[in-house]
Structures are given as C-alpha cells and as structure tokens.
Design a binder for this molecule. Structure first.
Ligand code: BGC
Length: 351
C-alpha cells in the first residue's frame, strides 16, 4: 500500500513509499483512509524543523488529521465496519505522568508522550492503518468529508474548555466579545465555537481576498484586515497565528480581567523588543490571564464532534478549499493563495 513518509530533521525528504499492509491485530480497528488534512505542522516536518520517527526507524509516516472508514473491528466492539472514524493524535507517556494516567495526555507533564505523524508514532498518510479503539473517535456520517476537521476542532474545543474554566475563577465572568487572530482553519474553528457561545466575534486576518473574510462574515463576525480598532477591548483573545509580533500585540489587547489563549506554534529565533515591566504591571493590576493550549484528549474530540455537527454544513464545507487525490499528493503540501484547509483524498472525492 502507499504511504507518505519523511526522514524527520532532513528537509525535502518527503516521498511516496510502498509498505506492506498492516499486520493483523485482533485488538485493533482496521481502517481505510478516506482523507487527511494538511496543516502547518506537516509543512514544518517536511522542512525538517520538527518531528521524530518511531524508535528503530529513520522514517516517519506523515499525517495527524485523519478521517477513515472502519474495515474490521475486534469482537464485541462499539465500532462497526463502515463507521467513519478519526484517530486521536497523542498517546500517553509510558510512565505515565499524573495527567496521562487520568487520560489527560494533552496536559502531559514529562513530555514523553508520542503523537501520530509528528512524534515517534507513524501517522495516517497511509491507505490503511490500525487504530486502538481507545484512540478512535466515531464521526457522524452526516459530517462526511468534513469529519477530517475533527482533529483541528478538538484543539479548539480544548482551548475553549480551558477558557470557560479559568473564566469561572470569578462569579461575575460573563464574557461578551472575543477577538480571534488568524483566519486559517484553527482561527475559523475558534470563531465558530465563539459564535456557538453567542459571543460578539471579531477576527483579525490580513487576507482581504479569498474565502476568509466571507467565512468570518457568514458566522456573523467582523473581519479586520488592516488594524484592530483601538477601542475594541475584547474579554477573550484567541491567538491562532503564532506570529511573534501579533502575539506580543495581543498580550495587552483585552479588557480588564481578560483572557488571552495562545494556540499558534511559532518558530523560535525571532526576538522582538518587549517591555516586560509594562507587561507585568498591566497583568497584575488588571488581573489578566495569558495561557497556552495545545492538543486534545478524548473529551475534547467528543466536544468538537458535537460542535461540528451543529455547524452550518455549507459553512463547514467552505473550509475545505482544495481536495488533492493521492496520485498528486505533493500538491497537497504546497501553499496556494485562497487555501484554508487542504485535504488529501484517498478514495476520490470522499464519503
Ligand atoms: C497538532 C496537535 C499537536 C501539536 C504539537 C498540532 O499541529 O494539531 O495535536 O499536539 O501540533 O505537536
């Protein structure tokens, strides 16, 4: 079968390989790939800047945003042949740490977790793969190809869960407005969940052409392409660009007692002037909170699945701007103007 692999750390080593079919495993789901979402992390791995291969191998099967169809299940399984499923990206560390022991591997304390297609665990860019049922999530058939958005949505479901919980530190927390920076798939899914909470939505993204401004407006949000108005003081900021200048700007953008959630993963080595004294002073005097959020556990995948199922199906489908068949796989990793989410398809146009 065909698989897409990279040699982590070696730029442009990505290629299509032939590998034997998965060995039979009576305890696992056998899944045929339907689609794979491409994200910035995949491109960083292809550039050699991130990622590691499984122990004993010098190549890693790429891909962590999966959508597959179950071919066979272990006996007495809650899954059935034909179910659409998504694989959970992160697996707990072997110790396990206190967080992983609780099933909260997204909060792993010792960094020894592994991640499909990213860190020491083969990914989902394979025509067929096994999933441990404990790390598989069923997707409503009505979502069809949009089920491939579940992994990025799970990351935002976690971010929102944590925002809701830390906001609950005071009895008076009744947020009204949110500013999302970046209108890529992560930003737009953050924006969707903001509207599902009834918040006044503002999205800052420099793209004036292409589908992004329209996708923001279709949610009932305001799209800011040039500047963020000075008098906009949102209760919540969700930073999804990872661009250092935007990150620094966002640290002082909220209203008093505001929450800034950082979700973008930036490259190091881009130092900027930063007034740590002013930052500390305003953080303390305004009871502000800035926190980072990454990855997701099963609960977040389930929350995300509900959120996607409640979304307008046409809006959701509008996030998938390019479908690339496996035969032209390398095009999926190219950046093109107008791209929001690019999806590699394994069975033509998807379910
Ligand atoms: C994935 C996360 C992962 C993170 C760090 C992101 O692209 O969506 O699941 O934890 O990369 O490796």
């Amino acid at each position: 079968m065909k698989v897409i692999t990279v040699a982590p750390g070696i730029s442009r080593s990505v290629r299509l390989d032939d590998r034997p079919e998965p060995l039979s495993d009576a305890a696992a789901l056998l899944v045929e790939a339907v689609a794979l979402g491409v994200c910035g992390t995949d491109r960083e791995i292809i550039e050699g800047a991130y990622g590691s291969s499984p122990t004993g191998s010098d190549r890693l099967v790429l891909g962590h945003e999966s959508l597959g169809r179950v071919l066979s299940t272990p006996p007495a399984s809650s899954f059935a042949a034909g179910d659409l499923v998504v694989g959970i990206v992160r697996h707990p560390d072997p110790v396990p740490c206190a967080a992983c022991a609780e099933g909260e591997w997204d909060m792993c304390r010792n960094g020894r977790y592994i991640e499909h297609g990213i860190k020491a665990l083969d990914g989902f860019a394979a025509e067929r793969f096994h999933l441990d049922p404990k790390f598989a999530v069923k997707v409503a058939p009505s979502l069809g190809l949009c089920g491939v958005l579940l992994e990025p949505a799970s990351v935002l479901a976690k971010a929102w869960e944590h925002i809701d919980r830390v906001g609950g530190r005071t009895r008076s927390w009744r947020p009204r407005s949110v500013l999302v920076t970046g209108a890529g798939p992560v930003g737009l899914l953050a924006a969707l969940m903001a509207r599902q909470r009834g918040l006044d939505l503002h999205v800052f993204d420099r793209n004036r052409a292409g589908p992004k401004p329209g996708l923001v407006r279709a949610l009932g949000g305001t799209h800011h392409a040039i500047d963020i108005p000075d008098d906009l003081a949102p209760d919540i900021v969700i930073e999804c660009t990872g661009a250092p200048a935007v990150v620094v700007d966002m640290l002082s953008r909220t209203s008093s007692a505001g929450i800034v959630c950082l979700t973008g993963i930036s490259s190091p080595g881009q130092a900027l002037p930063f007034d740590a004294g002013a930052f500390n002073r305003s953080m303390v005097l305004r009871n502000d909170l800035v926190f980072g959020s990454v990855n997701a556990n099963r609960r977040h995948y389930e929350l995300a699945e509900r959120s996607l199922a409640m979304a307008d199906p046409d809006w959701l489908a509008g996030l998938i701007t390019r479908r690339v068949p496996l035969a032209r796989w390398h095009e999926a990793f190219e950046r093109r103007s107008g791209d929001v989410k690019v999806v590699l398809t394994f069975d033509g146009d998807g379910p």
